[in-house]
Design a protein around this ligand. Structure first.
Ligand code: COA
Length: 147
């Protein structure tokens, strides 16, 4: 049995580092962890271990200007826990949280390899797969309407 709750970023930091930024060390600051407005969510196992984590924060969506939007970052499920619905549960909780805060849209820059996961969660692709200075590997703009 697991449950998605709001957590302190420190609880999920190692999971997010190991899955998404394995080149960083325990002393490095993860991108986004310095944001005071970030709300961290985690699906916790019965013993309190984070099985899946992510965070959200208010941020305009570049391709949907004028709509109140929140961004999702650093979705990570522990390798041994994948394929069991923990990712879907965290994304659903993120969407619900953003909606409660007044968001009309939740969006992200998804790794291309994870775009199918977001689609399974009801998200839409926007535009083509891209790379840029901040995203040197293939990424896909994705979003979901919260209302
Ligand atoms: C992508 C990730 C978060 C998915 O987490 P998860 O807990 O395994 O996902 P779930 O079990 O909730 O899967 C929900 C659905 O998405 C599907 N799915 C999961 N990962 C997928 C992927 N990479 N591509 C396509 N579909 C995927 C599942 O099969 C499931 O489908 P269903 O609706 O038919 O049951 C996880 O694989 C992960 O941490 N990957 C490495 C880090 C990463 O790429 N994060 C995303 C950064 S943008």
């Amino acid at each position: 049995m697991s449950a998605v709750v709001v957590v302190d970023p420190g609880l999920t930091r190692e999971l997010r580092r190991a899955v998404l930024r394995p080149h960083l060390t325990a002393d490095d600051v993860l991108p986004g962890d310095d944001r005071p407005d970030a709300v961290h969510l985690a699906d916790l196992a019965g013993d309190g271990r984070p099985l899946c984590a992510s965070f959200v924060f208010p941020q305009p969506c570049p391709w949907l200007p004028g709509r109140t939007a929140w961004q999702l970052r650093q979705m990570a499920t522990a390798p041994a826990a994948r394929g069991s619905g923990h990712g879907r549960a965290v994304v659903a909780a993120a969407e619900a949280y953003a909606r409660e805060q007044g968001a009309a849209v939740l969006w992200c820059y998804a790794r291309e390899s994870a775009a199918g996961f977001y689609e399974r969660c009801g998200w839409q692709r926007h535009g083509e797969v891209f790379t840029d200075a901040d995203h040197p590997t293939a990424h896909q703009r994705m979003w979901i309407s919260c209302r």
